[in-house]
Ligand binder design. Structure first.
Ligand code: AMP
Length: 387
């Protein structure tokens, strides 16, 4: 199969993973006349509910992965922690975009950081840690405070520990249960931002406006677009994102999370080679959504415009919003510039991403106030949920 193959509407796209990112990708793809097959260990999934075919099998099930790959024209991901071996099996039967190499880099913090450093991209000082002695040595070099993170399979602040000069290193290290880790210097950031960039099979790139992200309990809470930073500072972040996509030789979509330091310099925090929670605004507020852009990139079509139509704000809806019973959807829908997105998950557990709201405004402040007001309206009285 040629690396430059183009897949036109009517083709079948396979998605590894079956969560909300795959769901919104599938909606964008079906709108353009593609067929969607999804693969994950679960049934009745957010992606499966809107796909043409939902395959339920483990990512390491060789026969199932090969059969799935034979049934699609091109394979992509909504989740990067798919074993690289499975991606190699699939690549014997269909085109895989982004490549297994990109996935392999981005599913491991240490590999990702070493790659970024070698590419001359800006990131915080870091050290590999596989023993208590190495942790002590790394902390002496980087200084406290610092953050210890597991090298593999971390997301939303899971597998992380902030280390201060008073921390008991032996007990922190015991908590990591021997898992390889990375120690990162503490970054005294002003704000956190992310930039989405798409790169096509011809190497053309399209980059979105900078997203300003606020987290609560390590999980994304609010995204404002465009970020409230000077245009020339935003341009630097966009350039870093494009350079990263080029260095990866990416075909697909990439989210680059960054810290903005006082003084206007950026450090990359982490990469996600797929649509990203902070890019959800684009479904309602951009000429081309991040999901359609991923579709265009992996199908070899020309990329679409990333122009922002209006200032916009996105608020996540975690399971906590259900604390007082079914949220008051009609009250939120009564705000005419607010869009409700729900992922079809049956059980609203605390902390679980169930959906999000997007508000458009004449100004960013107006959009932000609208999205906050809509989320407050959802929560039933007496629910004891902070929104
Ligand atoms: P991560 O899972 O690496 O994206 O980290 C989750 C959150 O922890 C980030 O969004 C930051 O708010 C915070 N964080 C992570 N690493 C650092 C760091 N080196 N310095 C300061 N804050 C950090």
């Amino acid at each position: 199969m040629s690396a430059a193959s183009v897949f036109l509407p009517g083709s079948t796209i396979g998605v590894m993973g079956s969560g909300q990112l795959g769901r919104m990708f599938a909606i964008a793809a079906r709108r353009m006349g593609y067929r969607i097959h999804t693969f994950s260990p679960d049934k009745n999934t957010p992606t499966g509910q809107v796909a043409d075919l939902e395959v339920c099998a483990g990512y390491s099930d060789e026969a199932a992965v090969r059969a799935f790959a034979r049934g699609v024209d091109v394979l992509t991901f909504e989740f990067e922690n798919v074993p690289v071996q499975s991606v190699e099996w699939a690549a014997e039967h269909c085109v895989v975009r982004p490549s297994g190499r990109v996935l392999h880099l981005c599913q491991h913090r240490l590999r990702e950081k070493e790659f970024l450093k070698a590419a001359g991209l800006p990131l915080a000082e870091f050290a590999s840690v596989i023993s208590l002695a190495e942790l002590e040595e790394a902390l002496a070099r980087l200084g406290a405070p610092a953050v210890l993170k597991t090298a593999a399979f971390g997301y939303d602040g899971k597998g992380q520990h902030k280390i201060t000069k008073d921390s008991d290193l032996a007990s922190v290290w015991a908590g990591f249960e021997g898992q390889p880790a990375v120690l990162e210097a503490w970054v005294p950031f002003e704000i956190e931002v992310s930039v989405l960039v798409a790169r096509g099979i011809d190497g053309a790139t399209q980059v979105y406006p900078v997203c300003e992200n606020a987290h609560a309990n390590h999980v994304l809470d609010l995204t404002l677009v465009p970020a409230r930073i000077p245009a020339e500072v935003a341009e630097q972040a966009r350039e870093i994102a494009v350079r990263t996509a080029v260095a990866l030789d990416l075909v697909g979509l990439l989210a680059v999370e960054m810290f903005l330091l006082p003084g206007g310099r950026f450090l990359i925090n982490e990469l996600a080679p797929r649509p990203h929670n902070s890019g959800h605004f684009s479904f309602d507020a951009s000429v081309t959504s991040q999901f359609e852009q991923q579709l265009r990139a992996v199908c070899g079509l020309p990329l679409g415009s990333t122009e922002l139509l209006r200032p916009t704000a996105m608020a996540n809806l975690l399971g906590d919003v259900w604390n007082g019973g079914e949220p008051d959807w009609a009250a939120a829908a009564a705000l005419p510039e607010v869009k409700i997105h729900l992922y079809g998950k049956a059980e609203p557990r605390p902390g679980r991403k169930m959906g999000h709201l997007v508000a458009l405004g004449g100004t960013l402040e107006e959009a932000a106030e609208r999205v906050r007001e809509a989320r407050r309206r959802l929560v039933r009285e007496g629910a004891n949920t902070a929104v």
